[in-house]
Ligand binder design. Structure first.
Ligand SMILES: [Zn+2]
Length: 244
């Protein structure tokens, strides 16, 4: 049994192929998929998909899209939470060409405050921003429900810092890249119950897989992992309110 802790099934690239994607996921033993919204436009679709027992809906404003959000995005996000979504994807991305750090941090802080108030698990995106994300999380705290840092590929010291805050670390493509020593070392350093696997599909396909990534490809992440796939309870505990 595998649990895809972070993916984007609402992505238009899946289109009419989504039924086949979900069938292949079931055949591959992927029993649950956490579907993360990234901007206002896709939250309705995520909630609609979340009516299926195997799909767990999350809604967030991704750092890539903070400069395109409407003035009402936070109220809309609360409405999505009212309708049963978890919190995410949100976070920080300090790569070149992304929205300003000020906008990203303001959006992240607003989402963390809502998630803490409602005690919703949070799915965090972090690229070239681990130091700052840790600072902010130490200041704001986290929802008691917990959360995860998705697509983790950083160093073990950073993984342990996130773990110390109570977060899970979710691994995907990074484990499948030949010579992916850093991600593998981080995986080895963590507590067994803090580890999750994900595809981030339709992006970030495992090494050697071509075309659109999909949850069934979680088997490639599991095959590349030097540790056994995480226990189902790791994810089902974190996302317990959506388990059916
Ligand atoms: Zn994602």
């Amino acid at each position: 049994m595998l649990f895809d802790a972070h993916c984007h099934l609402q992505d238009a690239r899946f289109g009419a192929g989504l039924e086949a994607v979900l069938r292949r996921a079931a055949e591959a033993g992927v029993t649950h998929m956490v579907c993360c919204g990234t901007r206002e436009e896709d939250w309705d679709r995520v909630l609609e998909l979340g009516r299926r027992p195997e799909i767990l809906p999350m809604a967030g404003l991704h750092p890539w899209y903070v400069d395109g959000a409407s003035p009402h995005w936070a109220a809309r996000l609360e409405a999505a939470f009212d309708r049963g979504a978890g919190a995410g994807e949100c976070g920080l991305d300090f790569s070149d060409g992304r929205p300003s750090r000020e906008l990203q941090e303001a959006a992240l802080r607003a989402q963390l405050a809502l998630a803490i108030r409602r005690d919703l698990p949070v799915s965090l995106h972090c690229v070239k921003a681990a130091g700052r994300l840790l600072e902010i999380l130490r200041e704001t705290g986290l929802p008691e429900a917990g959360g995860l840092v998705h697509a983790f590929s950083g160093a073990p010291e950073v993984a342990l810092d996130f773990q110390a805050l109570g977060l899970h670390l979710s691994f995907g493509r990074a484990l499948t890249v030949p010579g992916a020593r850093r991600a593998q070392a981080s995986l080895a350093a963590l507590r067994e119950d803090r580890i999750l696997f994900e595809t981030d599909s339709p992006d970030l396909p495992p090494e050697g897989v071509t075309g659109l990534n999909e949850p069934a490809n979680l088997v490639h992440v599991a095959a590349a992992s030097p540790r056994p796939a995480p226990a189902h309870e790791n994810a089902s505990r974190l996302f317990r309110r959506w388990m059916r």
